[in-house]
Design a protein around this ligand. Structure first.
Ligand code: DGL
Length: 271
Protein backbone atom coordinates (compact mmCIF):
# COMPACT_ATOMS: atom_id res chain seq x y z
CA UNK A 1 0.00 0.00 0.00
CA UNK A 2 1.27 3.43 -0.89
CA UNK A 3 0.92 5.94 1.90
CA UNK A 4 -0.85 9.11 0.77
CA UNK A 5 -1.28 12.45 2.59
CA UNK A 6 -5.08 12.14 2.56
CA UNK A 7 -4.99 8.72 4.27
CA UNK A 8 -6.07 8.69 7.92
CA UNK A 9 -4.05 8.43 11.11
CA UNK A 10 -4.83 5.23 13.03
CA UNK A 11 -4.84 5.50 16.82
CA UNK A 12 -5.52 2.73 19.31
CA UNK A 13 -5.74 1.97 23.00
CA UNK A 14 -7.56 -0.46 25.28
CA UNK A 15 -10.34 2.08 25.84
CA UNK A 16 -10.86 5.78 26.47
CA UNK A 17 -7.25 6.60 27.43
CA UNK A 18 -6.08 7.02 23.86
CA UNK A 19 -8.82 9.62 23.33
CA UNK A 20 -6.58 12.03 25.30
CA UNK A 21 -3.98 11.47 22.56
CA UNK A 22 -6.52 11.56 19.70
CA UNK A 23 -7.83 14.88 21.02
CA UNK A 24 -4.35 16.41 21.09
CA UNK A 25 -3.67 15.06 17.57
CA UNK A 26 -6.84 16.57 16.11
CA UNK A 27 -6.13 19.90 17.83
CA UNK A 28 -2.62 20.09 16.41
CA UNK A 29 -3.51 18.57 13.03
CA UNK A 30 -7.17 19.47 12.45
CA UNK A 31 -7.01 18.65 8.74
CA UNK A 32 -6.08 14.99 9.38
CA UNK A 33 -8.65 12.18 9.32
CA UNK A 34 -8.50 9.79 12.27
CA UNK A 35 -9.57 6.17 12.77
CA UNK A 36 -9.59 5.26 16.47
CA UNK A 37 -9.87 1.78 17.93
CA UNK A 38 -10.70 1.18 21.61
CA UNK A 39 -10.39 -2.47 22.63
CA UNK A 40 -13.14 -2.25 25.22
CA UNK A 41 -13.71 -6.03 25.03
CA UNK A 42 -10.29 -6.73 26.53
CA UNK A 43 -9.52 -3.83 28.83
CA UNK A 44 -7.69 -3.33 31.08
CA UNK A 45 -4.61 -4.36 29.13
CA UNK A 46 -2.22 -3.49 31.93
CA UNK A 47 -2.85 -6.76 33.79
CA UNK A 48 -2.69 -8.99 30.69
CA UNK A 49 0.28 -11.05 29.52
CA UNK A 50 2.71 -9.62 26.99
CA UNK A 51 1.57 -12.16 24.39
CA UNK A 52 -2.11 -11.21 24.86
CA UNK A 53 -1.28 -7.49 24.53
CA UNK A 54 0.74 -8.25 21.38
CA UNK A 55 -2.12 -10.29 19.89
CA UNK A 56 -4.70 -7.53 20.50
CA UNK A 57 -2.36 -4.81 19.25
CA UNK A 58 -1.36 -6.62 16.05
CA UNK A 59 -4.98 -7.47 15.27
CA UNK A 60 -6.02 -3.83 15.76
CA UNK A 61 -3.10 -2.68 13.59
CA UNK A 62 -4.48 -4.96 10.84
CA UNK A 63 -7.89 -3.31 11.13
CA UNK A 64 -6.25 0.12 10.89
CA UNK A 65 -4.30 -0.98 7.82
CA UNK A 66 -7.59 -2.08 6.23
CA UNK A 67 -8.58 1.58 6.64
CA UNK A 68 -5.39 2.58 4.79
CA UNK A 69 -3.92 4.38 7.79
CA UNK A 70 -0.65 6.08 6.86
CA UNK A 71 0.49 6.11 10.49
CA UNK A 72 -0.41 3.88 13.42
CA UNK A 73 -0.10 5.65 16.74
CA UNK A 74 -0.04 3.30 19.72
CA UNK A 75 -1.84 5.59 22.18
CA UNK A 76 -1.21 3.24 25.07
CA UNK A 77 1.89 2.92 27.24
CA UNK A 78 1.25 -0.74 28.00
CA UNK A 79 1.11 -1.65 24.31
CA UNK A 80 3.99 0.72 23.54
CA UNK A 81 6.09 -1.23 26.06
CA UNK A 82 4.82 -4.72 25.24
CA UNK A 83 3.87 -4.68 21.56
CA UNK A 84 5.66 -1.88 19.68
CA UNK A 85 8.12 -4.24 17.99
CA UNK A 86 5.39 -6.80 17.19
CA UNK A 87 3.19 -4.11 15.62
CA UNK A 88 6.11 -2.68 13.63
CA UNK A 89 6.98 -6.12 12.35
CA UNK A 90 3.39 -6.80 11.22
CA UNK A 91 2.94 -3.37 9.64
CA UNK A 92 6.29 -3.29 7.81
CA UNK A 93 6.48 -0.36 5.42
CA UNK A 94 2.70 -0.14 5.00
CA UNK A 95 2.49 2.54 7.71
CA UNK A 96 4.75 4.37 10.09
CA UNK A 97 4.33 3.17 13.70
CA UNK A 98 4.69 5.61 16.61
CA UNK A 99 4.57 4.79 20.31
CA UNK A 100 3.84 7.09 23.25
CA UNK A 101 7.03 6.34 25.18
CA UNK A 102 9.70 7.72 22.81
CA UNK A 103 8.53 11.34 22.87
CA UNK A 104 8.19 11.38 26.69
CA UNK A 105 11.70 9.93 27.05
CA UNK A 106 13.07 12.60 24.67
CA UNK A 107 11.25 15.37 26.59
CA UNK A 108 12.50 14.14 29.95
CA UNK A 109 16.06 13.89 28.61
CA UNK A 110 15.88 17.49 27.47
CA UNK A 111 14.29 19.04 30.56
CA UNK A 112 14.98 16.89 33.63
CA UNK A 113 18.69 16.20 33.56
CA UNK A 114 20.03 15.35 37.06
CA UNK A 115 16.52 15.33 38.59
CA UNK A 116 14.37 12.84 40.47
CA UNK A 117 11.20 11.77 38.67
CA UNK A 118 8.26 9.51 39.48
CA UNK A 119 6.19 7.43 37.08
CA UNK A 120 2.80 5.81 37.52
CA UNK A 121 1.55 3.23 35.06
CA UNK A 122 -0.05 -0.16 34.64
CA UNK A 123 1.47 -3.36 36.03
CA UNK A 124 2.95 -4.34 32.67
CA UNK A 125 4.33 -0.88 31.92
CA UNK A 126 6.11 -0.87 35.26
CA UNK A 127 7.17 -4.51 35.06
CA UNK A 128 8.63 -4.15 31.56
CA UNK A 129 10.55 -1.09 32.82
CA UNK A 130 10.89 0.41 29.32
CA UNK A 131 10.90 4.00 30.59
CA UNK A 132 13.71 3.39 33.09
CA UNK A 133 15.81 1.46 30.56
CA UNK A 134 15.35 4.15 27.91
CA UNK A 135 15.90 7.05 30.32
CA UNK A 136 19.04 5.57 31.85
CA UNK A 137 20.33 5.02 28.28
CA UNK A 138 20.29 8.81 27.89
CA UNK A 139 23.02 9.13 30.57
CA UNK A 140 21.41 12.27 31.96
CA UNK A 141 21.61 11.17 35.59
CA UNK A 142 17.82 11.04 35.93
CA UNK A 143 16.61 9.10 38.95
CA UNK A 144 13.29 7.47 37.99
CA UNK A 145 10.94 5.78 40.50
CA UNK A 146 8.05 3.80 39.00
CA UNK A 147 4.90 2.56 40.70
CA UNK A 148 2.13 0.34 39.31
CA UNK A 149 -1.28 1.88 39.98
CA UNK A 150 -3.63 -0.82 38.61
CA UNK A 151 -6.83 0.43 40.26
CA UNK A 152 -6.89 3.63 38.23
CA UNK A 153 -7.83 2.33 34.75
CA UNK A 154 -10.89 0.38 36.01
CA UNK A 155 -12.04 3.44 38.00
CA UNK A 156 -11.61 5.70 34.98
CA UNK A 157 -13.37 3.25 32.63
CA UNK A 158 -16.26 3.15 35.15
CA UNK A 159 -16.51 6.93 34.82
CA UNK A 160 -15.19 7.69 38.33
CA UNK A 161 -13.21 10.71 37.17
CA UNK A 162 -14.02 13.27 39.81
CA UNK A 163 -15.21 11.00 42.62
CA UNK A 164 -13.80 11.13 46.18
CA UNK A 165 -13.04 7.38 45.87
CA UNK A 166 -10.69 8.03 42.96
CA UNK A 167 -9.13 10.98 44.74
CA UNK A 168 -8.44 8.92 47.85
CA UNK A 169 -6.88 6.05 45.85
CA UNK A 170 -4.71 8.51 43.90
CA UNK A 171 -3.59 10.06 47.21
CA UNK A 172 -2.77 6.67 48.66
CA UNK A 173 -0.67 5.67 45.65
CA UNK A 174 1.16 8.99 45.51
CA UNK A 175 2.01 8.92 49.21
CA UNK A 176 4.53 6.21 48.32
CA UNK A 177 7.85 7.16 49.95
CA UNK A 178 9.62 6.70 46.59
CA UNK A 179 7.81 9.81 45.37
CA UNK A 180 9.22 12.09 48.06
CA UNK A 181 11.08 15.08 46.61
CA UNK A 182 10.33 14.24 42.99
CA UNK A 183 10.51 17.16 40.55
CA UNK A 184 8.20 15.64 37.97
CA UNK A 185 5.72 12.79 37.63
CA UNK A 186 5.26 10.94 34.34
CA UNK A 187 1.69 9.83 33.70
CA UNK A 188 2.76 6.50 32.19
CA UNK A 189 -0.75 5.59 31.08
CA UNK A 190 -2.86 7.52 28.60
CA UNK A 191 -5.92 7.12 30.83
CA UNK A 192 -4.38 9.15 33.65
CA UNK A 193 -4.67 12.65 32.11
CA UNK A 194 -8.40 12.17 32.74
CA UNK A 195 -7.69 12.34 36.49
CA UNK A 196 -4.75 14.74 36.27
CA UNK A 197 -6.38 17.27 38.61
CA UNK A 198 -6.27 14.73 41.50
CA UNK A 199 -2.55 14.19 40.84
CA UNK A 200 -1.80 17.90 40.66
CA UNK A 201 -3.70 18.68 43.84
CA UNK A 202 -1.91 15.88 45.72
CA UNK A 203 1.37 17.68 45.03
CA UNK A 204 -0.15 21.15 45.55
CA UNK A 205 0.79 21.87 41.93
CA UNK A 206 4.48 21.89 42.97
CA UNK A 207 5.45 18.89 40.83
CA UNK A 208 5.39 18.96 37.00
CA UNK A 209 2.95 16.39 35.67
CA UNK A 210 4.19 15.03 32.34
CA UNK A 211 1.67 13.50 29.97
CA UNK A 212 2.30 12.10 26.52
CA UNK A 213 -0.62 13.50 24.51
CA UNK A 214 0.85 16.77 23.30
CA UNK A 215 4.41 15.46 23.10
CA UNK A 216 3.46 12.55 20.86
CA UNK A 217 1.25 14.77 18.67
CA UNK A 218 4.28 16.95 17.92
CA UNK A 219 6.38 13.86 17.18
CA UNK A 220 3.63 12.67 14.82
CA UNK A 221 3.57 16.03 13.03
CA UNK A 222 7.35 15.94 12.60
CA UNK A 223 7.21 12.45 11.17
CA UNK A 224 4.41 13.37 8.72
CA UNK A 225 6.40 16.42 7.63
CA UNK A 226 9.55 14.35 7.19
CA UNK A 227 7.71 11.83 5.03
CA UNK A 228 5.79 14.48 3.11
CA UNK A 229 2.54 13.01 4.37
CA UNK A 230 0.81 15.99 6.00
CA UNK A 231 -2.70 16.33 4.65
CA UNK A 232 -3.14 19.59 2.84
CA UNK A 233 -6.41 18.50 1.25
CA UNK A 234 -9.50 20.64 1.47
CA UNK A 235 -12.07 17.90 2.14
CA UNK A 236 -13.40 17.89 5.73
CA UNK A 237 -11.47 15.32 7.82
CA UNK A 238 -13.23 12.11 8.87
CA UNK A 239 -13.36 10.82 12.44
CA UNK A 240 -14.17 7.13 12.83
CA UNK A 241 -14.32 5.42 16.21
CA UNK A 242 -14.45 1.67 16.72
CA UNK A 243 -14.90 -0.29 19.93
CA UNK A 244 -14.57 -4.06 20.26
CA UNK A 245 -17.47 -4.15 22.74
CA UNK A 246 -20.30 -1.74 23.54
CA UNK A 247 -19.38 0.81 26.16
CA UNK A 248 -21.70 3.64 27.14
CA UNK A 249 -18.84 5.39 28.86
CA UNK A 250 -16.75 5.30 25.68
CA UNK A 251 -19.63 6.87 23.73
CA UNK A 252 -20.04 9.61 26.32
CA UNK A 253 -16.30 10.34 26.33
CA UNK A 254 -16.15 10.51 22.53
CA UNK A 255 -19.02 13.02 22.60
CA UNK A 256 -17.27 15.02 25.30
CA UNK A 257 -13.93 15.11 23.50
CA UNK A 258 -15.21 15.57 19.93
CA UNK A 259 -18.29 17.70 19.86
CA UNK A 260 -18.76 17.28 16.12
CA UNK A 261 -20.99 14.36 15.07
CA UNK A 262 -18.60 11.43 15.01
CA UNK A 263 -19.06 8.00 13.55
CA UNK A 264 -18.93 5.25 16.20
CA UNK A 265 -19.23 1.53 15.49
CA UNK A 266 -18.78 -1.76 17.28
CA UNK A 267 -16.17 -3.99 15.61
CA UNK A 268 -15.59 -7.55 16.72
CA UNK A 269 -11.87 -8.29 16.54
CA UNK A 270 -11.95 -12.04 16.09
CA UNK A 271 -14.79 -12.72 13.60
N1 DGL B 1 -4.17 3.48 28.41
C1 DGL B 1 -3.31 2.37 28.49
C2 DGL B 1 -1.91 2.70 28.89
O1 DGL B 1 -1.45 3.77 28.54
C3 DGL B 1 -3.88 1.03 28.87
C4 DGL B 1 -4.39 0.86 30.23
C5 DGL B 1 -5.04 -0.49 30.44
O2 DGL B 1 -5.90 -0.87 29.66
O3 DGL B 1 -4.68 -1.15 31.44
O4 DGL B 1 -1.20 1.92 29.46
Amino acid sequence: MNKKPHHPIGIFDSGVGGLTVAKAVTELLPQESVVYFGDTAHLPWGDKSVSAIQQYSVRIAEVLLEHQCKVILIACNTASAAAYEAVKQRVGDMAHVINVIDSVVAHVGEHYSGQKLGLIGTKQTVRLDTYRKRISGLNKNIDLHSLATPLLVPLIEEGFLTSPATESIVQQYLRDPAFQDIQGLILGCTHYPLIKSHVQSHFNHAVKVIDSAELVSHALKQSLLAEDLLNAGTLPPKRLFYVSDDSEFFVSMVKLFFDESVHLEAYSLWD
